[in-house]
Structure formats: C-alpha cells, structure tokens
Design a protein around this ligand. Structure first.
Ligand code: ATP
Length: 327
C-alpha cells in the first residue's frame, strides 16, 4: 500500500528541514510513500497574494497525512487554516530530554496535549475605538471534552501515569471554568487519576521539577507557551516535534517556526522535523518504523554529529545522513 504524503516546506528553515525528513522517510524500506509537494507561506504570498493557495489545501485534504515545515510572517494565515483542512483538534507536543545532551533539565519526559481549535487563537479581534482593541476567547464544552478525552486516552495508550489539567479558572471563570469542569468530568467518567494546575504556577514548576509531570492537557495558548518553555528545558526548539491530530487526517510539524536568523545557512537542526516524521509513521500504524527513526535520532543526538544549536558544527545534511546511517 502506498501512502500519499502532502509535503509543505513553507518558509525559512522549513525549506531545509522538510526535505531532510522526506529523505529519512524515503530510507524506510518497509513503507511506500508518494510525496506531493504544496506551496505555502511568505514567498508564495508575495508571488500570488495568497499564503495558502487552494491547490495546497486540496493536496493536504486528499493526502493520508501532511508534513509541514514552517511559515514566517504569514504563519497564522497558513497553519491555522491548514489545521482546519485536516480537521485537527489535538496538538500533541512531546518534550523529552535526550541522553548526552547538555539540557537544563535532563530528566524531562512530558507530552503536552494542546487544544488547537479555539481559545484565544480564534482570530476574533476588533478595534472598538482608536487605542482600544479586544479579543474574544472562545471555549466550548465540545472541544474541551474532545481534548480531555484525547489526553486521557493518550496517557493510557502510551504508559504515562499522571495527567495534569492546566487552566486559569480562578481568573477566567467562565471560559477556563468550562474547560476545567469538562476535563474533570471526562477524568471522573473514566475513573482516571488526575491533577489540576494553574497555568502560571505550572510554568514555574515545569522549570524547577519537570520530572513530576507526564501528560499535560491544556487550552490553546497555554499549550503553545508551556511547550515552548519546555523546549528550553530539553535543549531548544530544534528538538520538539508535534502532531496535529484530526478524526480522519493529521498534520505533522516541528514546534519551531521559520527561524529567519539561521535560514539559508544549512545549519538548522533537522531533529524536530525528523521526529515529527516518526510521529507520522506511528499515526499511519508503523509503530516499529516510528520507533526506529526515533532511536536513530536519539543515537545521533548522543554521539553526534550535532548542529550549532546543540554546540556542534555540523550542517543539516550531515545530521540527516547520520540518522539515515543509523537506520
Ligand atoms: P517564526 O516567526 O517563524 O516563528 P522565529 O524566529 O520567531 O520564527 P522560531 O523559528 O521558532 O521562531 O525560532 C526561534 C529561535 O530558535 C530561532 O531564532 C533559532 O535560533 C532557534 N531555532 C528554532 N528552530 C531551530 C532549529 N531547527 N535548529 C536550530 N535552531 C532553531
């Protein structure tokens, strides 16, 4: 069976790390892929006026899964609609430390399960009058239930013991109140153990004692920020993969953006993107192959070569080829 994969490199280092992940997938002999490339991001907007052309939407909608690199200034115009195209409701962001890397917190293994359809990322903003602007934060019971169910299932299926529900319901009483009560009801329905944590205090605890956390279920913005914070604990944004899971489709992307400061230099760390490809393999049912890719990345992270963000002097291609050699 051949799996059709939409490949959308986008801008900046997306153009460098996405081909690296495709090269790794091509090296897996037990799975057949057909890659269909689509354009998105700043460059295509400059050319055509549209950051996410209709043709790219269709490529993603028709594919079995999508690999997306990054978008620059147009990120919101690309990734938010793309997540819509694949019907994604859960953003899965594992933050793990790896042996041999000089991480701030070397004992971290946390998976953020971030709601990614609503919250403050709905784009409902307006200017009431000059100097006064508002944003509407939308929380629904349905999306809160979906993400909590996904989080508790994920913890069970992946052998994680603790689930923490992150919220700020003491201040955002209506919106996060609904998120919290819905997630707690899901836990109680399942007879699952859980903790709750105020998201601001949680940020501090994550820095000081990340080893105390397993799976964290979060509203949209909190999940975005806390997972980036945790990237800093384990060695930087070059290491964090993510999956956007929908009922029937899914999109895989690194947590990092287009990193314009290092784009075009050939030094971007491809690990986050290659680990995203490992999540894609698992999503398609190739657990063994996904595990092989992850183990190969871990081995290269431990013994090198490494890109400059991890203290090395190797380029994206050398690291990618080393991962393929390990496979
Ligand atoms: P964008 O606006 O697209 O989000 P950004 O520069 O604001 O771009 P990121 O792309 O997430 O945000 O990058 C933040 C910093 O992290 C970059 O300046 C870069 O130094 C570093 N970084 C991110 N990804 C990588 C990577 N894959 N390899 C090496 N460094 C990276």
């Amino acid at each position: 069976m051949t799996h059709e994969i939409a490949v959308i490199p986008g801008d900046g280092i997306g153009q460098e790390v996405t081909p690296a992940a495709v090269k790794v997938l091509e090296a897996i002999e037990t799975v057949d892929f057909e890659f269909v490339e689509g354009e998105a991001g700043d460059a295509v907007k400059d050319e055509t006026g549209e950051a996410l052309p209709q043709e790219t939407r269709e490529i993603a909608a028709d594919a079995d899964a999508t690999l997306f690199g990054a978008a620059g200034e147009t990120a919101a115009d690309v990734i938010l609609p793309l997540r819509d195209v694949v019907g994604s409701f859960a953003n899965v962001r594992p933050a793990r430390s790896y042996p041999g890397l000089d991480a701030v917190q070397p004992d971290t293994d946390i998976v953020f399960i971030r709601e990614n359809t609503e919250g403050v990322y709905t784009g409902i903003e307006s200017e009431i009058t000059e100097g006064v602007r508002t944003l509407t934060r939308v929380i629904t019971a349905e999306a809160s239930r979906d993400i909590a169910e996904y989080g508790f299932d994920y913890a069970k299926q992946n052998g994680y013991e603790d689930v923490t529900i992150a919220h700020k319901a003491n201040v955002m009483r209506q919106t996060d109140g609904l998120f919290l009560e819905t997630a707690e009801a899901v836990a109680e329905d399942r007879g699952a153990d859980y903790d709750t944590a105020l998201m601001d205090a949680l940020a501090m605890h994550l820095v000081m004692t990340p080893e105390e956390y397993d799976v964290i279920v979060c509203p949209n913005l909190a999940g975005d920020m806390l997972s980036d914070l945790s990237a800093g604990l384990v060695g930087g944004l070059g290491l964090l993969p993510s999956a956007n899971i929908g009922e029937e489709n899914a999109l895989f992307e690194p947590v990092h953006g287009s990193a314009p400061d290092i784009a075009g230099k050939g030094v971007a760390n491809p690990s986050a993107m290659i680990l995203s490809a490992a999540m894609l393999l698992e999503h398609l049912g190739y657990d063994e192959e996904g595990d092989q890719v992850r183990t190969a990345v871990e081995s290269v992270l431990e013994s090198g070569p490494r890109t400059p963000d991890l203290g090395g002097d190797a380029g994206t291609t050398a690291v990618t080829d080393a991962v393929i050699d390990e496979l």
